[in-house]
Design a protein around this ligand. Structure first.
Ligand code: ACO
Length: 192
C-alpha cells in the first residue's frame, strides 16, 4: 500500500505502512531508538504490532532510506480518533519540511483509509511544530482506559463502574502521570 509518493530529481519520497514493508523494520527501529533509547526487542515488538487497524506505524522513505516514522494508536474512549506518537525525522534531515510531509500524509491516511475524525497527541517541546500544522491545545486524554479524565460524562461512567454492580470488579485506577503530568501539552486536530 502506497500512501504518498513524490518523484523529484534525485529524490523519491513516499509514506507507507511499515507492516506492508517489513524489510524496513530494522532501520525503522534504529531511527526511533536513536531518539528514544529502548531495548531493540521491545521496540521491534511494538513495531510488529502495526496493522491495517490501529495501531499503525507509518514510515517516510527517501529513496530507499527510512527517514521518518510515526505511530497511530487507538483512543479507546473515542472510536473515531487516534493518538499519534513517536513522530521522528532522522537527525541530519530536520528542519527541511520532512516532518510536515509525514504528518500531512498521516492525516490524509487517517481520514481516507481509517475514516477518523480527530487526531490527538501529546508533546513536550514541539508545540510550535504541531501548531503550524493546525493542532490546538486540548485537555489530556487517556489512551489506556475507556474514559477521559477531564470529561464529566465519562467521570460519571467511571463512577458507575466503581459501584462494582453485578460483581464486576472495579477497573484499575488511571495511571497517575496521565492526570498529574503538567509538562506535556495535549493537542488535537479535527480532520475536516
Ligand atoms: N518549535 C517551533 N517550530 C518548529 C519546531 C519546534 N520545536 N520544529 C519544527 N518547527 C517548524 C519549522 O521551523 C518549520 O517552520 P517553517 O514552515 O516556518 O519553516 C515547520 O515547523 C515545519 O518543520 P519541518 O521541517 O517539517 O519539521 P522536521 O522535519 O524537523 O520534523 C520533528 C519535526 C518531527 C519534531 C523533528 O524535529 C524531530 O524528529 N524531532 C525529534 C523527535 C521529537 O521531538 N518528535 C516529536 C515528539 S512528540 C510526538 O511524537 C507526538
Amino acid at each position: 500500500m502506497l500512501i504518498y509518493s513524490s518523484s523529484e530529481v534525485e529524490m523519491d519520497l513516499s509514506v507507507v505502512p511499515l507492516h506492508h514493508n517489513k524489510k524496513y523494520m530494522s532501520n525503522c527501529c534504529k531511527l526511533i531508538n536513536d531518539e528514544w533509547k529502548r531495548s531493540e526487542t521491545a521496540r521491534m515488538r511494538s513495531l510488529e504490532s502495526s496493522s491495517d487497524k490501529l495501531p499503525t506505524s507509518l514510515i517516510l522513505l527517501k529513496n530507499e532510506d527510512v527517514i521518518g516514522h510515526l505511530k497511530l494508536s487507538p483512543v479507546p474512549s473515542i472510536p473515531d480518533a487516534c493518538f499519534v506518537e513517536s513522530v521522528v525525522i532522522e537527525r541530519g534531515l530536520r528542519g527541511k519540511g520532512f516532518g510536515t510531509v509525514l504528518m500531512e500524509k498521516a492525516e490524509a491516511y487517517c481520514k481516507k483509509c481509517l475514516q477518523l475524525k480527530t487526531i490527538y497527541l501529546s508533546t513536550k517541546g514541539q508545540e510550535g511544530f504541531y501548531s503550524k500544522l493546525g493542532y490546538m491545545e486540548c485537555q489530556p486524554i487517556s489512551i489506556y482506559g475507556n474514559y477521559t479524565p477531564t470529561s464529566t460524562t465519562n467521570h460519571k461512567i467511571m463512577n458507575d463502574c466503581n459501584n462494582s454492580r453485578h460483581g464486576v470488579p472495579k477497573p484499575p485506577p488511571m495511571p497517575s502521570f496521565q492526570v498529574n503530568n503538567k509538562h506535556k501539552t495535549y493537542m488535537k486536530k479535527e480532520l475536516t
